[in-house]
Design a protein around this ligand. Sequence first.
Ligand code: NDP
Ligand code: GDR
Length: 365
Amino acid sequence: MKIALITGVTGQDGSYLAELLLEKGYMVHGIKRRASSFNTQRIDHIYMDQHENHVNFKLHYGDLTDSTNIIRIIQEVQPDEIYNLGAMSHVKVSFDSPEYVANVDGIGTLRILEAVRILGLEKKTRIYQASTSELYGLVQEVPQKETTPFYPRSPYGVAKIYGFWITKNYREAYKMYACNGILFNHESPRRGETFVTRKITMATAAIAHGKQECLYLGNLNAQRDWGHAKDYVEAMWLILQQDVAEDFVIATGVTTSVREFVRMAFAEIGIELEFEGSEASEVAKVKACNHPDYQLEIGKVVVKVDPQYYRPTEVDLLVGDPTKSNTQLGWKPKYDLAGLVKEMMECDVALVKRDFLLANHSQVK
Ligand code: NDP
Ligand code: GDR
């Protein structure tokens, strides 16, 4: 039985990866942070009572800012594979806590690599580093591939660039099997609520059900290469199964603007929008409402731009070239953007309906 250790197991990707590795018969260990309230919603369905027999999923308290616990956990677990997914992953928030993000996303990666080295596990343990398309930042080349120069545009991107290079350096210096997956944006119904896709799908569902008046967004012109997290965790696993350790771009090769994503989310539930104005004064109004359950007034403004969501330095255009992962890993995404939007909208509509039912439970006879 192979043993895997996942940092960031409570996050979007950690939860899908844990499911995938359990399906493949792994013993899965995850590191979770202590929080004042439960932060395990995404993995509660795979949690196992530690008193049961044949437990194959185990959580350990830890933090990427603390080398001592990283070393202790790796020593205890003796993993065949480590997936370093733990990070302060919000680009905008990284401008507010730049030192913290450097510590967690940058030095945290070093702590993992160094722990494996200190423990003499260089030959046993393979390491996956969650690198990102944010490394490309200011457009140097389109589409972006493994050889495209980096130009990060946020403290998050700069911290992740350290993670990228230290992973590559440990691979070259100590012959460790340590790889970067340079993953472009990937989303799902489990995406954190403050990332733009989820913010849009949740608000679209809430507006349609009369629970929210308007959705406020930042830069509608930004373009992203959006895939589904389920497809992307499969790529992470494949990256660690190769004969030779290498870095890979994981992307769909299709880019879409934030504006278009908004349009698709509303269209998914029969609401047609028209956009007016430009930059900070741009709005979207209801043009048609073709769903029998929703009564949205034609002309109602449902999206407005709020410059508080602008970033000091923006990444305007990301689109990845997945040729290397397609050919070398045999990786191909199963979802397209339409399928992703459909799944996210179905889940968020169901959540709004459930909350409505719960809130009105006392009146339901
Ligand atoms: P999430 O924000 O959903 O999850 C991040 C995880 O990291 C959470 O489990 C979080 O714990 C944990 N974490 C945060 N800070 C620390 C810390 N100090 N010590 C230990 N764990 C910590 O991110 P995703 O799942 O979307 O992304 C996974 C990884 O992939 C991240 O490294 C991200 O930067 C990177 N990435 C993501 C992409 C995407 O589009 N999703 C694209 C490219 C890269 P808690 O639940 O307690 O907050
Ligand atoms: P990103 O994702 O910064 O690409 O990082 P996010 O969804 O936060 O932003 C995507 C684009 O949408 C624009 N935008 C807004 N973004 C947010 N969050 N909220 C808004 O209201 C809003 N309005 C417009 C942003 O300016 C941006 O251009 C994600 C994270 O998962 C990183 O961890 C990961 O490394 C990269 O994807 C690849």
